[in-house]
Design a protein around this ligand. Structure first.
Ligand SMILES: [Zn+2]
Length: 118
């Protein structure tokens, strides 16, 4: 599932990485339109890899699905009996009532919209 936001950030990663490569190869940028020269000699070996790293992370985040981080403060819900649990009342992330595997409440009804009316 790719949201609009995700693809936007992935697209941002491409120019970041490309610009990083560009300033390592050619650190002097001349803009004819603005009549100015931007000389990045000296910092291009820091800035370049930094931009490539940022770009790579953005692209990587797009292609690798992010694991949902379950914090100890997350309210959980049982998909079977739809009982919600405060985090300190659950053990081993299973439902004490029916033994179902608990999921984070946040985004639960977005993932399973057919349960919303029950
Ligand atoms: Zn349950």
């Amino acid at each position: 599932m790719y949201t609009k936001k995700r693809s936007y950030w992935a697209l941002m990663g491409v120019p970041f990485a490309l610009y990083g490569v560009l300033i390592i190869i050619d650190p002097v940028y001349y803009s004819g339109k603005f009549q100015m020269v931007i000389d990045l000699h000296g910092i291009n070996y820091i800035l370049g890899p930094l931009l490539i790293a940022v770009g790579s992370v953005l692209i990587w985040r797009f292609f690798v699905p992010q694991k949902k981080h379950i914090s100890i403060f997350t309210t959980m819900i049982c998909p079977k009996c739809q009982t919600t649990y405060q985090p300190d009342r659950t053990e081993h992330l299973t439902c004490p009532k029916c033994g179902g595997e608990l999921e984070p409440l946040e985004g639960f009804y977005e993932r399973l919209p057919e349960l919303k009316d029950e």
